[in-house]
Design a binder for this molecule. Structure first.
Ligand SMILES: [Zn+2]
Length: 87
C-alpha cells in the first residue's frame, strides 16, 4: 500500500468504526482506507434499512458513525439502491 501523495510505504494505523483497515503515511501524514467504497453490503443495508424505517439521516449517520454526506451519497447511488432491493 503506497501513499497516493508521496508514494512512500504506508503503515497500518488502526481500524475505522466499521472495521476497515486504516493506513497512515509516516512521510507526509496522509491517512486513508484502502477501499474507498469499503463499506460492506451488509453495513450499507443496515444503514438503508434504518432510513427506510424513517430514522432521520443525521441520526442514522451518528448511529453508524459515518458522515451525513456518505449516507446521502448512498441514498443517491442507484447502484447501491439496486443492490439493496436485490437483497
Ligand atoms: Zn505520503
Amino acid at each position: 500500500m503506497d501513499c497516493i501523495r508521496c508514494n512512500n510505504q504506508m503503515v497500518k494505523n488502526g481500524k475505522t468504526i466499521v472495521g476497515s483497515q486504516k493506513y497512515l503515511c509516516k512521510q507526509c501524514g496522509f491517512m486513508c482506507t484502502p477501499h474507498k467504497k469499503g463499506y460492506d453490503v451488509g453495513f450499507k443495508r443496515q444503514v438503508l434499512d434504518s432510513l427506510h424505517s424513517g430514522v432521520p439521516k443525521h441520526k442514522v449517520a451518528k448511529e453508524f458513525g459515518i458522515d451525513k454526506k456518505t449516507v446521502q451519497s448512498w441514498v443517491n447511488d442507484k447502484a447501491i439502491v439496486d443492490l439493496y432491493t436485490k437483497l
